[in-house]
Design a protein around this ligand. Structure first.
Ligand code: AMP
Ligand code: MG
Length: 345
């Protein structure tokens, strides 16, 4: 199959709708990462998404919508419970934007999308091209990140092409994603709101809305309970070159390794060194993270070493992705790098 890459226009969005309505898949930009979209309420399109990505069918998909109308998709099928007031409050504060909510699913949502779960994940993206596509299509789009399973999420059209060329008919090219890291996923189906995946909408921002309902983080529950979010694997988002996290800023950077620095604090850095936040802005680090991992991965060096991520609003999300992408820790000892494997990597 030939994969076409079209810039965003009325015509290319119409074309994308045509492809989707024919049951095929389209990669499209969102503010977080590029999505691999298919008709979200159509079980065949949904199956195609899993097959194209090689994604296990136990890993549920997010439904993308073009309005804050949760009731169209989320409603307890058995007792027809109304949408919780907290969901409405969160949506009015953070949608459109990088916050995904999981709620009891409505009867229209196929179990293929939710990996058999009684809950559905829903997001209203802020990217204008994604919004236009959703509006013109007039129905939800199921869209995981447009990469093969376990690999680095794509943050521009060339990265999508690298991942899925020949497997999908169309990529809408909206330039680089402005956020660069997947949405925050918040579960509202249990007794307490629970962050399943960290992202740009931080725990502090969510807590300002949840007020008396204590916000939990699934990473702190994992030992005691079955995973509340089946897709959140310990190993994920990984380059093919093993990635090692340096616990202190990298001061030694000779070949054969590739080094990703947080900022340019050392004038001796090699020309063309990878810098996550050349402007020292944490949101720039998030935006650059996957692109630089991809670049460093393409060199064919034996390992990539990355600087520690300093504290900021973005730090939990970036550190979470790096943990899951990493093979272990890099320590400078006795004039050499020691690369220590991580348990479970
Ligand atoms: P992706 O779209 O590839 O960024 O992945 C979406 C992630 O959202 C999944 O891997 C799950 O971790 C999470 N997710 C989606 N639907 C649900 C759900 N119904 N319950 C819990 N987590 C979900
Ligand atoms: Mg993904």
């Amino acid at each position: 199959m030939r994969t076409r890459v079209l810039p965003i226009s009325e015509a290319s969005i119409d074309e994308a709708c045509k492809v989707l309505l024919a049951g095929d898949l389209v990669a499209f930009p969102t503010e977080t990462v590029y999505g691999l979209g298919g008709l979200g309420l159509n079980p065949d399109s949904v199956s195609k998404i899993f097959a194209t990505k090689d994604r296990p069918t136990t890993d549920p998909l997010i439904l993308h919508v073009s309005s804050a109308d949760l009731a169209a998709l989320a409603e307890d099928e058995i007792i027809a419970k109304p949408i919780p007031a907290l969901a409405v409050a969160l949506v009015s504060q953070f949608w459109p934007g990088p916050l995904t909510l999981t709620l009891p699913k409505g009867p229209r949502v196929p179990f293929g999308v939710t990996a058999g779960l009684p809950t559905v994940a829903i997001r209203y993206p802020a990217h204008p091209a994604a919004q236009l596509l959703l509006q013109k299509l007039g129905q939800p789009i199921a869209a995981p990140s447009a990469n093969r399973f376990g690999r680095i999420s794509p943050t521009d059209a060339s990265a999508v092409l690298q991942e899925l060329e020949g497997k999908i008919p169309l990529i809408l090219d909206g330039g680089p994603c402005t956020q660069g890291i997947e949405s925050t996923v918040l579960s509202l189906s249990g007794s307490n709101p629970t962050i399943l995946r960290s992202g740009a909408i931080t725990a502090e921002m969510i807590s300002s809305i949840t007020e008396r309902q204590t916000l939990r983080d699934a990473r702190n529950l994992q030992q005691s309970a079955p995973s509340p979010s089946p897709g959140m694997l310990q190993s994920h988002y990984a380059p093919q070159t093993p990635l090692y996290l340096a616990p202190t800023p990298i001061e030694h950077f000779d070949p054969p390794y590739q080094y990703i620095f947080y900022e340019n604090r050392n004038s001796k850095l090699p020309p063309g060194a990878y810098l996550l936040a050349p402007d020292q802005n944490p949101s720039t680090a998030a935006q650059n993270l996957y692109r630089l991992l991809r670049q460093a991965d393409s060199i064919g060096s034996p390992a990539i070493l990355i600087d520690p991520i300093p504290e900021s609003n973005w730090a939990p999300a970036i550190r979470d992705r790096l943990q899951r992408a990493s093979s272990g820790t890099a320590l400078w000892q006795n004039g050499d790098w020691k690369l220590l494997p991580r348990a479970g990597a």
